[in-house]
Write a protein that binds this ligand. Structure first.
Ligand code: XIL
Length: 312
């Protein structure tokens, strides 16, 4: 096959990219996006600060535009994300009672999932709920509602669109460690109590030369619990300007990640977090780092692109 999307489809997987509404329509960004990818995740447009900027007033127009573009290109769409501490509007953080916040959260989840009902393949219901040591991350939901906020969100999402698969999504859970053990325990607990959960999303914001050696084994142990596993926000960053040695290492790293996913039958999606280096979030959040994606600043394919195509 000659594109990432087609090559992955031949293996029964989706190869996708995060997209930004304000770049859709620009070239060469859109040309490469439409040509190479069989799925997408809106990078920001389904987050709470965009979709419900003030209580009870919803704005789905930016996400709708992406959904319509994706549908017209037969792309699978991951919904990202319903409940997260970041990109959360101030009115949510200012709620002072647990029962009021629970009502606001349930209403947000129900309204958003209902709006996109039938159009979303997998939802990231809860994003980044854990600390590195495996304890729950402090956020308004955790602090006011308590541990149960996660299952409450999953139940509300299931009720609103019974056909959408539901994921918990996090970073630094690619290898076996305290944080991934905590997510593992949550999935085990949900499965044993009948709380709806279908998937774990492994963000995979990785550093060049540091793909965890147990990535495949870790994906497999989650799959063995009876959930799908997806690589949801893949990028592999390095100091910029990029050295040729690092770009070569990055190609090896990308092929390791893809190979790990292909070895696990329940790993059905690999989403890179952006189309090319020029639109990546990395330089803005990790100063001095970048060059993390498969296409360069001019949207030409990098060594990593060829390496991925080769192992697909
Ligand atoms: C990032 C977006 O790419 C940026 O445009 C935005 O400014 C911040 O968020 N983990 C996630 C994603 O789950 O939602 C984040 O996306 C990257 C880290």
């Amino acid at each position: 096959a000659t594109t990432l999307g087609a090559a992955a489809a031949a293996q029964g997987r989706v190869f996708a990219a995060a997209v930004e509404g304000n770049r859709l329509g620009t070239t060469p960004y859109t040309t490469v996006f439409d040509r190479e990818f069989a799925g997408t995740t809106p990078g920001n447009e389904m987050k709470w600060d965009t979709t419900e900027p003030s209580r009870g007033s919803f704005n789905f127009a930016p996400a709708d535009a992406i959904v319509s573009h994706a549908q017209s290109h037969s792309m699978k769409i991951r919904g990202h994300t319903l409940v997260w501490y970041s990109q959360l509007p101030g009115w949510v953080s200012n709620i002072s009672s647990g029962s009021d916040l629970l009502q606001a959260m349930n209403n947000h989840v129900t309204t958003e999932v209902t709006h996109f009902q039938g159009k979303i393949w997998y939802w990231d219901v809860v994003n980044e709920a854990f600390n590195e040591d495996g304890t729950r991350r402090s956020n308004p939901f955790q602090n006011l509602i308590g541990n149960a906020y996660i299952e409450d969100a999953f139940r509300a999402a299931r009720a609103a669109d019974p056909n959408a698969k539901l994921c918990i999504n996090d970073y630094n859970i690619e290898g076996q460690n305290a944080k991934s053990n905590a997510v593992y325990a949550l999935v085990q607990d949900f499965k044993s109590r009948g709380v709806p959960i279908d998937c774990v999303g492994f963000q995979a914001h990785l550093i060049v030369g540091q793909v965890p050696s147990d990535f495949q084994a870790n994906l497999q142990r989650f799959a063995n619990l009876g959930v799908d596993v997806q690589i949801t926000e893949l990028d592999i960053r390095m100091p910029t300007p990029a050295s040729s040695a690092n770009l070569q290492q990055q190609a090896t790293d990308y092929s390791r990640v893809v190979t790990a996913c292909l070895a696990v039958s329940r790993c059905n999606d690999i989403t890179v977090w952006g189309v090319g280096d020029a639109d990546s979030w990395i330089p803005g959040f990790f100063p001095g780092q970048g060059a993390a994606l498969l296409f360069d600043d001019n949207y030409n394919p990098k060594l990593a692109y060829n390496a991925v195509l080769q192992v697909l």
